[in-house]
Design a protein around this ligand. Structure first.
Ligand SMILES: Nc1ncnc2c1ncn2[C@@H]1O[C@H](COP(=O)(O)OP(=O)(O)O)[C@@H](O)[C@H]1O
Ligand SMILES: [Mg+2]
Length: 605
């Protein structure tokens, strides 16, 4: 196995073109504008709220900006004035109290604004997440397979969160910062133009190093965080599959992979923090330098009689207050980049076509027939999995579908469940096109047990009823019996209330399958499909289940897919599938004589 050291990987990382390192989004100006319009549409319900947030933010800014002016007045107008001390003292106290009240008011408004902002943002994220979640749930199966699970989760968590940032970052924060900068400049220039220039002279270098930080250093941290999530995903995979790791002695390889990942992150972190220290250093140097410049130049102007002591102090205060908004504005620029990328991903996802659900008919009371007519389907173009499949099924019959793995048995079932749309042909329910029925109503007619037992963290009962109302004792007992699940559930410490853990890990493979089988039976649907559901069961369990099938099939269409032919010899009809479709149908005996494939499968077991 070719093995890249972390040193090599790090060199590669540094050698990548700069524009690439920033991992920019593919967002073009055009789509950005379009996306922003859609975004504003999403936000339209919050217009008033955001307006209020902006106004209150401006109000507090103005209140805070009054502090240096008042200080200047205290120094020049009160302390330096030739007047009796008593008079000046009462004026001082008066100003002090007024300023104190103003600061309290500013804090109170600010406090309310922060609370209200998180309230509005929280509501927006919540609405957005719900919308995304609902949309995702209704995407067709094929699309969901394309989106990786991790991708879906991060769309719902971080991307949805980042969206709230856009308005904040793009409009509110820079707007407020610009207001502060503008007012400060007007005041400073009004007082003394040359000194105003001295005080603002540090802004260009400040912008420059902020840009360096954002364009050069933050991307490195972002890359580290990407590395980390990749490694976390791998780690969780490794520990989920720890059996295979131990059995195949993969721990050395995995350890090395882990170590390389860690070393690479370490190198990137050190590299970034070194640069960050340099930027910090320049920042920290610029601040006292500005103070010094104001003192020296201001002092010169003072000696010339152009400025007062109050001016110098107020200038110092304002120059300090300018730092933050300048940083804020530059920072906003980069945040917007990130948020726009999130916005694009979220909108892309929302633009995905939902599952087709053209039907409006309610589900029929009784299922009399389920037919497949000239059905063709392929996952990829020009690679058909099913070609011209015809099938007719009636209640109170057991249909067995057999065939080598990969011939399309599960695919046929997925089409019956309307998880996919056929490319040609149709499925008929009671003689009507299945697509005429409302999708969820149609799916309620079918209970399916899939190849892999899918269970969720919760109690046995929660999994068993899967959102259905609890059932009365006898029908439940019968269902559990039919699935051969009654005895093992009874032996669990808390019966139906026993917690089964993530994906049911506290149950054995066979128990999981019996539980999923019971879940399907409890549903009392007129169509019951077992897709290799008994493959993982021992022969005794399987026999028990088979003995109940005669009763289960009453009034039901039962479809059993299996490669264990012994299970299906008693089926009313056996359907033999080969590459591309149905090869033969009939009973066990006729097929043994007539179908070569069937005979081969029978001999092979
Ligand atoms: N989601 C999918 N995307 C692309 N190809 C698929 C997908 N699912 C199954 N296939 C392919 O379709 C064929 C039939 O698969 P499947 O119906 O699962 O077979 P069976 O259940 O008979 O073992 C296989 O060749 C398989 O590789
Ligand atoms: Mg299958």
């Amino acid at each position: 196995m070719p093995y890249a050291s972390s040193r090599r990987l790090f060199a590669d990382f540094l050698a990548r073109p700069k524009s690439n390192k920033a991992e920019p989004t593919k967002t073009g100006k055009q789509t950005d504008r379009h996306n922003l319009l859609v975004y504003l549409g999403l936000l339209s319900g919050y217009r008033g709220a955001f307006g209020l947030i902006f106004l209150t933010a401006c109000l507090t800014e103005i209140l805070y900006l009054a502090v240096p002016i008042t200080t200047r007045h205290i120094i020049d107008g009160v302390l330096m004035r030739q007047a009796p001390a008593v008079e000046r003292r009462s004026e001082l106290i008066f100003i002090g109290i007024a300023l104190f009240l103003m600061l309290i008011a500013a804090q109170a408004i600010d406090f309310w604004r922060r609370f209200y902002t998180s309230l509005v943002n929280g509501r927006f994220v919540r609405a957005m997440r719900l919308r995304l979640y609902t949309h995702l749930m209704n995407l067709p199966l094929g699309k969901l397979h394309e989106l990786k699970t991790g991708g879906i989760v991060s769309r719902l968590t971080s991307d949805a969160e980042n969206l709230t940032g856009i308005l904040q970052m793009a409009v509110i924060s820079p707007g407020v910062a610009a207001l502060r900068i503008l007012i400060t400049f007007v005041i400073l220039i009004h007082w003394h133009l040359p000194l105003a220039l001295v005080a603002s002279g540090f802004i260009p270098p400040l912008v420059y190093i902020s840009l360096i930080y954002i364009l050069r250093i933050r991307p490195i941290y972002r890359s580290v965080s990407n590395d980390r999530s990749a490694q976390d995903a791998r780690t969780s995979e490794v520990f989920t599959g720890i059996r295979a790791i131990k059995a195949y002695e993969m721990h050395l390889v995995e350890k090395r992979r882990y170590n390389t990942g860690q070393a690479l992150m370490f190198r990137k972190n050190i590299h970034a923090s070194l640069r960050e220290s340099a930027v910090d250093g320049i920042w920290n140097f610029l601040i006292p330098m500005t103070s010094l410049a104001i003192m020296v130049f201001g002092g010169v102007f003072f000696l010339k009689g152009e400025t007062s002591v109050g001016d110098l102090v107020a200038f110092q205060m304002y120059s300090g207050m300018l730092l933050y908004p300048v940083w804020r504005m530059v920072f906003s620029l980069s945040q917007i980049q990130k948020s726009l990328a999130s916005l694009e991903r979220v909108l892309d996802m929302l633009a995905l076509q939902r599952e087709e659900n053209p039907g409006i008919l309610p589900a029929p009371e009784v299922v009399r027939s389920l037919e497949v007519q000239k059905l063709s389907f392929g996952y990829r173009e020009n690679i058909p999995v099913l070609r011209n499949v015809n099938l007719s099924m009636r209640p109170s019959h057991i249909y067995a579908i057999v065939g080598e793995s990969g011939v399309g048995k599960t695919t046929l079932i997925d089409l019956l469940c309307r998880f996919y749309t056929p490319s040609h042909g149709q499925i008929l329910l009671n003689g009507r096109n299945a697509e005429d029925f409302e999708l969820t109503a149609y799916r309620r007619l079918i209970a399916i047990v899939t190849q892999d037992a899918i269970l969720f963290d919760g109690t046995v009962g929660e999994n068993l009823f899967a959102g259905e109302a609890d059932q009365d004792g006898t029908s439940l007992t019968k269902a559990l019996q039919a699935a051969d699940a009654g005895s093992f559930i009874a032996e669990l410490p808390e019966g139906l209330d026993t917690l089964i853990g993530e994906r049911g890990f506290t149950l054995s493979g066979g128990q999981k399958h019996r539980l999923t089988l019971a879940r399907a039976i409890v549903r009392k649907s007129p169509v019951l499909i077992l897709d290799e559901a008994t493959a993982h069961l021992d022969t005794i369990s399987e026999q028990k289940i088979r003995s109940h099938l005669g009763r289960l099939k009453r009034g039901r269409i039962v479809i059993i897919i299996t490669h264990r032919l012994s299970t299906v010899t008693h089926a009313d009809q056996i359907i033999v599938m080969g590459k591309g479709g149905i090869e033969a149908t009939g009973s066990h005996r006729t097929l043994l004589k007539r179908s070569r494939t069937y005979a081969k499968l029978w001999r092979a077991q």
